[in-house]
Design a protein around this ligand. Structure first.
Ligand code: SAH
Length: 230
């Protein structure tokens, strides 16, 4: 895998990544800015897709169709929905699920997408490499849930954890997963924890405090992963 697509959702995450890579070319496709970066023998194309599943999916499709990526890695921040996962930790997605996809009325399980299923598996080779990475933060491996909702309520977080055994929630990963799955492109999602839905504090304040710093952690993790990818 020599051509690697890197998707982030937010400006803070983009800036954290740009600090760590040497940009050799910049170009625009539609409204999106793409940064071609050289990292050792790899060509990485970094792009900020914007927040949410639609932005993420169309950006992944552009990377696949127009830029012919060998794989796509999504990095960024997420909210913990597990009592075992804390702010400062990193979650590597083993599988992704869309927690807001609901065809229950047609006797499908919550999260079930026709022709796709409930869970989408990250590439086993990339997951295996990620498993051996040691950084200062605690690293968890498990399910990441995505939806077009910023989850602030403890009850919603618990429900997502119970239903899908998810470790964290975010708003893009599973859309990138679905796009890659349908195009047969390997993918991985890496998230560092910026906040945790809880009833005492205002989760949004929590998020703003941590987003910049936590973005850096997922980039550090990514660099270690890029060192290992053959
Ligand atoms: N600051 C932005 C909105 C951020 S939305 C604005 O004002 O436009 C939150 C982003 O962080 C998403 O990209 C999502 O993937 C991630 N995220 C972090 N914590 C989350 C949570 N608790 N619930 C959902 N997404 C979360």
């Amino acid at each position: 895998m020599n051509r690697i697509g890197l998707i982030v959702a937010m400006k803070e995450e983009l800036n954290a990544a740009l600090k760590e890579f040497e940009v050799i070319n910049e170009f625009k496709i539609f409204d999106l800015d793409f940064y071609e970066c050289k990292y050792k023998d790899k060509t990485c194309i970094l792009v900020q897709c914007g927040v949410g599943k639609v932005n993420a999916a169309r950006c992944a499709q552009i990377l696949i169709d127009k830029l012919e990526m060998d794989c796509i890695i999504n990095i960024g921040v997420a909210g913990s929905v597990s009592k075992y996962v804390n702010i400062y930790d990193v979650v590597v997605g083993e599988k992704l699920v869309q927690h807001d996809f609901d065809l229950k009325i047609f006797d499908h399980k919550r999260g079930h997408i026709p022709n796709v299923g409930v869970y989408m598996d990250c590439d086993p080779y990339l997951v295996k490499l990620a498993k051996d990475i040691k950084i200062d933060s605690k690293v968890h491996l498990g399910t990441i849930a995505s939806g077009d909702i910023f989850v602030t309520e403890l009850a919603m977080g618990e429900k997502i954890n119970n239903k899908f055994n998810a470790l964290c929630v975010e708003m893009e990963g599973a859309a990138i997963a679905q796009t890659c799955y349908l195009s047969n492109i390997p993918f991985l999602v890496i998230r560092s924890i910026s906040d945790s839905p809880n009833k005492e504090a205002n989760n949004h304040i929590n998020f703003d405090d941590f987003v910049e710093e936590r973005s850096k952690v997922s980039v550090q993790f990514l660099k270690q992963l890029l060192n290992k990818i053959k």
